[in-house]
Design a protein around this ligand. Structure first.
Ligand code: ZN
Ligand code: MN
Length: 269
């Protein structure tokens, strides 16, 4: 029996809130066909921020970018590669629950393959956890090999970490006393301000501790020397965080990211 389904458009940017028929129709009619995959971690973020911070932020940024570009957002990858002492305090800290590299590579490879097989034109990984990046890259590269997607194919994958979209001008406003560097921005002013803007009820500033930035060696030592991570688990102080800085960061990053994706993938929206 030939059943006719009514034509629909997605009413949510999240695939988890969209029915499969609507998604399939969107894939086959939308010339853009861009699916964003937020990536984060379950990782300690000091006493004042929740452990899902990296996933929460990448998902909120991806959703806002999708709203303005016409893309859709797939389920996030909510676990990440092992936290490292020089960028996330270390994998030894309670609460930090990580994947090994092979698992993250395999997950990335499988999701990329699955979405392309369904007809996605472009996939954009929006990373929110510093340590993930090269393993996402590897998973994407292997998936393209599996599918025989080479230079000249009009399908593509973009990979980015959202903090690379923070402009110098925004940095000067957010860090009037000097920017400590992205690697030690863990539980610091960027993440705390963004969370105060987006999820204030998940932030407890009464529990935040002001301390100097972590002073870590140039080498990685394994096993780690736990005393090198500040006792809070943060690598820089959240002192000076506020929701207004969070709004500035969020709006500026979403705008720059949406423009970049639209231009790169030549979306008409
Ligand atoms: Zn983080
Ligand atoms: Mn992280």
């Amino acid at each position: 029996m030939d059943l006719e389904l009514p034509t629909t458009r997605p009413t949510s940017v999240h695939l988890s809130e969209t029915d499969a028929h609507t998604f399939n129709e969107w894939l086959t009619t939308e010339p853009g066909g861009v699916v964003l995959i937020p990536v984060g971690a379950l990782e300690q973020h000091g006493p004042h921020l929740p452990m899902g911070t990296d996933s929460i932020l990448s998902t909120r940024i991806a959703a806002a970018v999708a709203e303005t570009t016409g893309a859709l957002v797939a389920q996030p990858i909510t676990y990440g590669y092992k936290s490292q002492q020089k960028s996330g305090g270390g994998n030894h800290l309670p609460g930090t629950t990580s994947l090994d590299a092979a698992t993250l590579i395999g997950l990335t490879r499988g999701l990329t393959t699955s979405l392309f097989k369904q007809g996605a034109r472009h996939i954009v990984f929006v990373n929110g956890h510093f340590e993930n990046y090269q393993f996402l890259y590897e998973g994407i590269d292997l998936a393209l090999g599996d599918l025989g997607i080479a230079s000249g194919d009009d399908r593509s994958v973009l990979l980015l970490s959202y903090w690379d979209y923070v402009s110098l001008q925004t940095l000067e406003t957010v860090y009037p006393n000097g920017f400590p560097g992205w690697d030690i921005e863990h539980g610091g002013v960027l993440e705390t301000s963004l969370m105060l803007h987006l999820e204030p009820e998940l932030v407890d500033l009464d529990r935040s501790v002001d301390h100097p930035p972590a002073d870590l060696p140039r080498f990685d030592r394994l096993p780690v020397v736990p005393s090198r991570t500040p006792a809070t688990g943060c690598l820089s102080s959240p002192e000076g965080s506020d929701a207004a800085k969070g709004k500035l960061l969020f709006d500026q990053v979403v705008d720059a990211l949406a423009k970049d994706i639209t231009q790169e993938l030549q979306l008409r929206h």
